[in-house]
Design a protein around this ligand. Structure first.
Ligand code: FES
Length: 104
């Protein structure tokens, strides 16, 4: 669900763009966060707790907790509630604490 009209706020929506979530093609809008695009597409569980594997979704939505950590374009532990959606982004639920990237 996406708020289209609001009595006080005015939304300027960018163009529609495509991205993938766990291999599934979804659409969102330029200027919105990855979490907002996922939420609008019906994705509520953004990850799972590392220890007890409980579903995690939006909590603070301001980048101050770690409830929305996901793997984006191969990079683990991205806070998707504050990360803008980009065309062709590859978004995945990460397992556990996420992989550490090897550097050359
Ligand atoms: S929901 Fe808290 S950092 Fe994203």
């Amino acid at each position: 669900m996406r708020v289209i009209q609001h009595p006080i706020l005015h939304f300027q929506r960018g163009r529609e763009i495509k991205f993938t979530f766990n291999g599934r093609e979804l659409t969102g809008y330029e200027g919105e966060t990855i979490a907002a695009a996922l939420h609008a597409s019906g994705v509520r569980a953004l990850g799972h707790s590392p220890r007890l594997n409980r579903p995690r979704g939006f909590f603070c939505a301001t980048g101050n907790c770690s409830s929305c950590l996901m793997k984006v374009n191969g990079i683990a532990n991205v806070r998707v509630c504050i990360t803008p959606l980009q065309e062709g982004a590859v978004v995945e639920v990460q397992k556990g604490k996420g992989d550490i990237l090897a550097t050359d």
